[in-house]
Design a protein. Structure first.
Length: 335
C-alpha cells in the first residue's frame, strides 16, 4: 500500500469506496493524527474553487464540519492549519468535500443504521419507518434503514413477504433482491425470491413495476402489474414473464384477512391452500378431490383443526401419509 498521504489522495479520486477503504478511513480518524489529512485538505483548498462540482452553503457546511469536529474529538479552539478556517464558507466547503461523498455519511456519523429482521420457524409482522407493514414468511429476512431517505423508501428482501405499502407518490417504495427489483407507490402485494429458484410478485391491489437485475440479457425489461397480475422471473433463461395471478391474489387476500372462506370450491383446491399456508403436504384421494367444500377456517387455527373441520363437513377421514409428515384426505360424502 502507498504511504498514507498518497492513499488519501487515491481515495478522494474515487467515486465509491469499498468496505475495506471505509474501514481504513475510520481507523485513520481514530488515530488522532491528521497531518496527512491537513496537507491533502490544503491541496484541495488551493484548487480553483470554481472547478468543484458540489459547493455546500455555509449553514450546511458549518453543520457538517461541526460533526467532523465532534467525530475527531477536538474542540474548535484547538484546531490548527486548514481546520482553523472552518468559519469561512469556501474553507468549510473544501473540508466537507474532502470527507463527504460516497462514504462521507460514515465519516460524519450521518450513516443511517440498517436494521435486519429475520424469521426462522414462525411468520412475523413488522412496521417500517413510514408506517408500511410487512408480513415476513418463515426463513426470510428484510433489511431496511432506521429512517428512509428523502428520495426513496428502499428495502432488501431475502425469501418471501407480503407488503402493505403506504401511498406516497413523492417517495417510491423499492424492494431490492438478488434477482429482481420491485417499485411501488402504494399497494398490497406478495414478493418471493429464493436463490437459484424463480422469483415471483403477485399484486392484490394497486400497481407495481418489476425489473430484472442489471447484468442479465433482459436487464432493461420491465413489467407493470395491476391487481390479479403476477410477474415470474426464471433465472436460468433470465426471462421475466407476465402471467395471470388471480388465484394467487385470492390466496394472499384471504390469508391477510385472517380467514379462508370457500363456497363450493373443489376440495383439491382447499387442500392446496392448506399445504401452501402451513407448508405441510396435504393431498386428497381420487374420491375426495371431487368434493365441493363449503366452510372456512381461521389462519390462527393450527392445521389439525382445519383438517378436522373438513373431515366433519364432508364425512371424510384424514390420515398421515407414508412419510408421516403430511396428510391425506380420503373418502367423503359427496357426489
Amino acid at each position: 500500500m502507498p504511504n498514507r498521504k498518497e492513499y488519501l489522495r487515491q481515495l478522494l479520486n474515487k467515486e465509491n469506496w469499498t468496505a475495506a477503504e471505509q474501514e481504513w478511513m475510520m481507523e485513520y480518524l481514530d488515530a488522532n493524527d491528521f497531518s496527512e489529512l491537513e496537507i491533502v485538505a490544503a491541496e484541495y483548498f488551493e484548487k480553483d474553487i470554481l472547478t468543484v462540482k458540489h459547493i455546500l452553503d455555509k449553514r450546511l457546511s458549518d453543520r457538517m464540519l461541526k460533526n467532523i469536529h465532534q467525530r475527531i474529538g477536538i474542540r474548535d479552539s484547538s484546531f490548527k492549519g486548514i481546520f482553523r478556517l472552518y468559519k469561512q464558507k469556501i474553507a468549510a466547503a473544501a473540508v466537507v468535500l474532502l470527507l463527504a461523498g460516497a462514504a462521507g455519511y460514515m465519516l460524519l456519523q450521518h450513516r443511517v443504521k440498517q436494521k435486519v429482521f429475520a424469521t426462522n420457524a414462525e411468520r412475523q409482522t413488522l412496521q417500517l419507518p413510514d408506517g408500511s407493514v410487512v408480513y415476513l414468511e418463515k426463513n426470510s429476512s428484510i433489511t431496511f434503514p432506521e429512517v428512509f431517505d428523502k428520495k426513496n423508501r428502499e428495502v432488501t428482501l431475502k425469501g418471501e413477504a407480503f407488503f402493505e405499502i403506504n401511498h406516497d407518490a413523492k417517495h417510491p417504495f423499492i424492494i431490492s433482491s438478488s434477482l429482481i427489483n420491485t417499485t411501488v407507490l402504494g399497494t398490497s402485494f406478495n414478493m418471493e425470491v429464493h436463490e437459484g429458484n424463480i422469483a415471483r410478485v403477485v399484486v392484490v391491489s394497486g400497481m407495481v413495476q418489476v425489473n430484472t437485475k442489471e447484468g442479465g440479457s433482459h436487464k432493461n425489461e420491465a413489467l407493470v402489474l395491476t391487481a390479479n397480475k403476477s410477474a415470474v422471473y426464471l433465472p436460468a433463461s433470465e426471462d421475466l414473464q407476465l402471467v395471470d395471478g388471480t388465484d394467487d391474489a385470492r390466496f394472499f387476500a384471504q390469508k391477510m384477512s385472517g380467514k379462508f372462506i370457500y363456497k363450493g370450491d373443489p376440495l383439491l383446491k382447499v387442500a392446496a391452500d392448506l399445504q401452501r399456508y402451513y407448508n405441510v403436504p396435504v393431498v386428497t384421494d381420487q374420491r375426495s378431490a371431487r368434493c365441493s367444500f363449503y366452510g372456512s377456517f381461521n389462519t390462527a387455527d393450527d392445521l389439525d383443526k382445519a383438517l378436522s373441520i373438513i373431515a366433519f363437513s364432508l364425512d371424510a377421514r384424514v390420515k398421515k401419509d407414508n412419510t408421516n409428515n403430511g396428510y391425506i384426505i380420503v373418502g367423503g360424502n359427496c357426489k
